[in-house]
Design a protein around this ligand. Sequence first.
Ligand code: F6P
Length: 363
Amino acid sequence: MRIAINTGGGDAPGLNAVIEAVVMSAWYRNWEVYGIRQGYHGLLDTDDIIQLTPDKVRNISSVGGTILGTTNKGNPFEMPFENGAGEVEIRDVSDRVVRNFQRLGFDCLIAVGGDGSLKIAHDFFKKGIPVIGVPKTIDNDMVGTVATFGFDTAVSIATEAIDRLHSTAKSHDRVMVVEVMGRHAGWIALNSGVSGGARAILIPEIPFDIDVVCEQIMNDELQGTRYAIVVAAEGAKPLGGEIVHRGDGEKGRQDVLLGGIGNVVAEAINKKTGKDTRSLVLGHLQRGGSPTTFDRLLALRFGAAAVRLVEAKQFGRMVALNPPNIDAVLLEDVVGAIRTVPLESDTLQTARDIGISFGEPAS
Ligand code: F6P
């Protein structure tokens, strides 16, 4: 058996653990594993394919990033090319990928990626490549699995950052707005905000009213708490898609789709409350470095489970955490969808119970 493996999309702590588990599980079955570099690019230009043997992967599970490299600009079904006249043309080069895959004698592809990369994996499955998907994203928004690796690490990093901000915010009587990752779902913001004692958490699932957030900050002030931490997911949206600065006679529109929601929120709070505010974007810090033990173990389990699926010839599936087990779900049932935070989630309820605001207007 010759297995090809690639990692696609934004990196997440735990990718190397998947690779290690795949290589070792295959090795003990006397199978070969080949690493495809830079997502699907390595199957377009095949010079860089490397055989992965135990000596190349031993103990990489604790190392962040991916030894195979990754990219989120490599969909072979819609590849951008410069056409020579300074224009970008989109071409479908997926047949070339299939031809190279067959020429190299691979029996299957283990594709480790987020929704975008696994959608591509599913499209290749439909073109005849035996594929197994392994879900990855720090955002935790993949459908079909209770968790993705990388998420626990991102939450730990964000929580530590919030913990550290308390003392500086308190010393200066400031409002600190922390922007965390999560374009479509507020999992990181919710879990780190609750764990870290945020005063307000802004997530894409609940459009927020900035006036409600400000009211809470000013009520706290009246009761003697003169600082606050607000955690905003990068995809959080104000009600109506804009923040209105009342009182200064003009309507200051901020297009949150341009990003920088943390900044937008901090400015609005400053304008509306007069409080000193600062914002910071945690950004890629949340993706860098070693995976937590939880993520490492989950990723190792995903990798080993992927090889068991290869053995059982259960292609077109994605490994998934369904505690306490690792299950397999059909790729066609999970790609193209986003798992957002359910509004009846227990963590969300816990946050409300302990007085954390989501900026929801009173109904
Ligand atoms: O993995 C998804 C994500 O973490 C998003 O929350 C974020 O918008 C994105 O990655 C940024 O990734 P990059 O800078 O690599 O495009």
